[in-house]
Ligand binder design. Sequence first.
Ligand code: PAF
Length: 303
Amino acid sequence: MKIVRTVAALRAELREARAVRPAATVGLVPTMGALHEGHLSLVRAARRNDDVVVMSIFVNPTQFTEAADLAAYPRQEAGDTALAERAGVDLLFAPEAAEMYREGHATGVHVEGPLTATLEGAVRGSAHFDGMATIVTKLLLAALPDAAYFGEKDAQQLRVVRRMVADLGIPTRIVGCPTSRDDDGLARSSRNVRLSPEERSRALAIPRALEAIASAALLGETRTAELFARGEEILIASGVSAEYLAFVDPDSFAPRERLDGPVLCAVAARVGEVRLIDNVLLGAGATADSDAETIPRTPTKEP
Ligand code: PAF
């Protein structure tokens, strides 16, 4: 695995790879490091589908709306490098902030509308999705990958990226990959390492609430107010107070009152100092959203 720290070096490596194998496809896995099994599952998806796998590790300051959250974000480059190499990454792009945001940087990408104004956008502020959309655009322009891989845990982020790529005509397939969970059901997140053992056990109320909601929906409950009450009860019993527990259209993120089609149930909660998000897609035969492409369950290309 090669490590490069500048856009110019990344492009030079990819130019060489494409010169050697003109038909080679490139898959990009954008991350902020502190790698865990969830990230590695994205790498495996890219490994199955693409010939050259690029991972970026960049803790993007512009998408953090709280200085304390940025400062506390785990950074572990040595461990990440070993994990990325073992998972099969060919090229690791790990730039400094000054490389991605050069002196005088003045351009941003803003995705307008309810898609960015609700849930994460409402709680974290519009700067969050602006910062995320801007850095993802810059990473896509730097690597010009055939495909880029994102986790479905960040369902709203994935939808915003799809909207942005479609609107800007960026020729990259956006591939959503299923949320990776620990054995106890907690969605894997780089933030989980900051949970104390007591907080971690309380955090399990989040997947339990989503499971209860999904079970009630399967048994025929279609009123989202009723589903909300079931989930909220489980969260409150564990002392977890939700920033939101919402039922939205997975495409537009508009609120939904009934399960009369696919509905995304998304939750965000703080457990101690740690902010966690998770979601479940409700509705028979539901797909994540109208442009959805999720990873094939069987390999389409051997590594
Ligand atoms: O999901 C993340 O880790 C980040 O939001 C991303 C997509 C790498 C952009 O900084």
